[in-house]
Design a protein around this ligand. Structure first.
Ligand code: FES
Length: 231
């Protein structure tokens, strides 16, 4: 409390002012001061507080919106792109697997080469009286008859030829076979054969001089092994 003129004035302190209603009704000066303080100070403080609150609210909202706007593109674009890429990869893999599983025609595979089937009849009959037959296959025009027989472990030489053959050089005349069927699928007799087989049946060939097929033909060739044993 402080004195103002001849009256005692009670200082006004904020919201506690309504409790001053017990003040003497005759204190007009204190009421005027109170109202003046109320009119001049509270609206400014209130406005300042309101502006401050509004500013803080708008700043908080702007910051929140900016954060959302900054994050959203990352989330949507990055995650979305990864998801789309993953989906595309899965679809491509599925398409490839379906093509591989369902394809009946090889798209890039080379066309199959013609083949020659071969049957080799043994020189002596078995216990049941039938002659043994060995079978083999060869790509047309790529191999000699001697090599095909060696690769398939089919006996070609007689006793002397086993020990003394020239290894396919065309200088021993021991690799003799007879073509029973399919001679048109083979090459013509070579000069080496004409020399070694001059007095032999035309159906005889030297296996090391005989090319099986001509790269374009296909069919079956029947060969008699060791024909000299049957004469
Ligand atoms: S292996 Fe010698 S001529 Fe055929």
């Amino acid at each position: 409390m402080r004195e103002q003129g001849s009256q005692i004035v009670t200082p006004v302190r904020g919201p506690s002012r309504p409790s001053l209603s017990h003040e003497p009704s005759g204190s007009n000066v204190s009421h005027k001061i109170f109202h003046a303080q109320k009119l001049h100070r509270k609206p400014k403080e209130a406005r300042r507080e309101e502006r401050s609150a509004a500013t803080m609210a708008s700043l908080s909202f702007a910051a929140a919106a900016a954060a959302v706007n900054l994050r959203r593109p990352d989330v949507t674009s990055d995650f979305g792109n990864r998801q789309r890429t993953s989906t595309l990869v899965r679809r491509k893999r599925l398409a490839l697997s379906l093509n591989a599983a369902g394809s009946t025609e090889p798209s890039s595979a080379a066309p199959e080469k013609p083949e020659i089937e071969l049957e080799f009849i043994g020189p002596k009959p078995g216990a049941d009286g039938s002659y043994p037959v060995d079978k083999a296959k060869a790509v047309s025009g790529e191999k000699l008859l001697r090599n095909i027989m060696n690769e398939n472990k089919i006996e070609l030489y007689a006793t002397y030829g086993k020990a003394m053959n020239c290894g396919g050089g065309g200088s021993c005349g021991t690799c003799i076979v007879e073509i029973i069927d399919g001679k048109d699928l083979l090459n013509e007799r070579t000069n080496t054969e004409l020399r070694y087989l001059k007095k032999k049946p035309e159906s005889w060939r030297l296996a090391c001089q005989t090319i099986v097929g001509n790269k374009e033909n296909s069919g079956k060739v029947v060969v008699q092994r060791l024909p000299q044993w049957k004469k």
